[in-house]
Design a protein around this ligand. Structure first.
Ligand code: HEM
Length: 421
């Protein structure tokens, strides 16, 4: 049978049940843990079945890097899913493939560079926004419905329930984006572009063949939605981890504050201060490593039939290059389960890089907002700690258990922010 032939020499894995595959073997409260345990048994490249779909999981920094760097093109796809077909329809950047993805990614990277970097004003904007952002971005509940929908679209699509709310929310967000951002054509001044939407509309008006093919309003709507989705919750969740960890480890907080005092004093924090602040830099890296906020990574898909580490993976297979397995890789980090800023410091207290630090993933699909995110994290974190001492309310328990979802957030905690000046 053709299917058996296609999957001969597929990466090994646990036996799949009819219909549900291996879904029952994933502990929904801690999916990373289930996957890491499977990798102990089946190796760093193993196969699973989610419902009717074959999935490959990549574990450990070496394997993740081998795939995303040495086989970059073959692992650079995104799965075509039933959910995606009804929402983004392959537009935008995050879930796009092929030429549309390439054009949108190129546009996004160059525009973020032009507007995000090298302009003083963005630093002031970031500092202004910091307080509101933390307040507003609370995590969503119930994140596992999409796995079920993508595994059994034909059945679940007919049932009423939470998954239908996803489509309503998506529609509402698209309407909001259209009304707020993309209906700005009248205000557009080609010679005085204010932001990414203006840059998109300007390219649309160039009238080149590419403009009509890719720079249409549907792509703009989904792209803006993608940037919201990818940029807001990630940065705020990382900062929430940061505050929780500073409350948990007051002596580390104090050391950061001493460095802020020595280097910045009461001036406005600037990105250029970072070079002189190895301890703070190490603490922010460790917050991202420990917080491990996109543990399973976003799903990738193979763009061709490939042979990887002796296994055959057919085109279109879903692949999870687990970031969790790199950020907690004991071959690269001395105390993977602990919050230990010394992971990023040498014996002289200088900042020390670690190549397995890949919270933004690697390769052609890696985070398009990495530089912006790093700038935001540094400025938010230092201005908050410059202004406040963060403490748990008396008697409160600080629990470092993460919540479950595509992003892994800290549990809600009450925070006492005591002004320092
Ligand atoms: C702490 C903050 C952030 C973290 C940890 C983070 C992490 C990630 C990760 C893990 C991916 C998936 C990479 C892959 O599939 O291999 C991703 C993709 C992406 N991120 Fe971020 N991100 C952050 C902030 C941002 C910001 C601020 C923006 C933009 C404004 C952004 C834009 C994107 C986009 C557009 C993609 C999709 C790239 C593609 O499919 O080609 N991210 N990010």
């Amino acid at each position: 049978n053709q299917n058996n032939y296609k999957y001969s020499n597929f990466p090994p894995g646990p036996k799949a049940l009819p219909l549900i595959g291996n879904l029952h073997m994933i502990n929904i409260m801690n999916p990373q843990k289930s996957l890491m345990e499977m990798s102990k048994k089946y190796g760093s490249v193993f196969g699973l079945q989610f419902g009717m779909r074959k999935v490959v999981v990549l574990c450990g920094y070496d394997t993740v890097k081998d795939a995303l760097i040495n086989h970059a093109e073959e692992f650079a796809g995104r799965p075509v899913t039933a959910l995606g077909n009804r929402t983004t329809e392959g537009h935008g950047i995050i879930s796009a493939n092929g030429e549309n993805w390439k054009v949108m990614r190129r546009f996004t990277l160059s525009t973020l560079r032009d507007y995000g970097m090298g302009k003083k004003s963005i630093e002031n904007k970031i500092t202004e926004e910091c307080e509101c952002l933390i307040e507003k971005c609370k995590t969503y509940e119930g994140n596992s419905a999409h796995i079920l929908y993508n595994s059994f679209p034909s059945v679940i699509g007919w049932l009423p329930g939470k998954h239908n709310k996803i489509f309503e929310n998506y529609e509402e967000m698209q309407n909001f984006i259209r009304d707020t951002f993309t209906r700005k054509e009248k205000e557009l001044d080609i010679n005085n572009q204010r932001n990414l939407v203006d840059a998109f509309l300007a390219t649309q008006r160039e009238g080149k063949p590419e403009s009509a093919l890719y720079f249409h309003n549907k792509n703009l709507g989904v792209l803006v939605n993608d940037l919201f989705a990818a940029g807001m919750e990630t940065t705020s969740t990382t900062l929430r981890w940061g505050l929780l960890l500073m409350m948990k480890y007051p002596e580390i907080q104090k050391k950061v504050q001493n460095e802020i005092e020595n280097v910045i004093g009461s001036a406005q924090p600037r990105v250029e201060h970072r070079r002189e602040m190895p301890y703070t830099d190490a603490v922010i890296h460790e917050i991202q490593r420990f917080g491990d906020i996109v543990p399973a990574n976003l799903p990738h898909a193979t763009t061709n039939n490939i042979t990887f580490r002796g296994y055959v993976i057919p085109k279109g297979t879903i692949v999870f290059p687990l970031l969790h397995s790199a950020l907690k890789d004991e071959a690269y980090f001395e105390k993977p389960e602990e919050f230990y800023p010394e992971h990023f410091l040498d014996s002289d207290g200088k900042f020390k890089k670690n190549e397995a630090f890949i919270p933004f993933s690697l390769g052609k699909r890696s985070c398009a907002g990495e530089n912006l995110a790093k700038m935001e994290l540094f400025l938010f974190f230092t201005s908050l700690l410059q202004n406040f001492i963060f403490q748990a309310p008396p008697g409160a328990e600080l629990d470092l258990t993460p919540t479950i979802g595509i992003t892994s957030a800290p549990l809600p905690h009450e925070i006492c922010a005591i002004p320092r000046r």
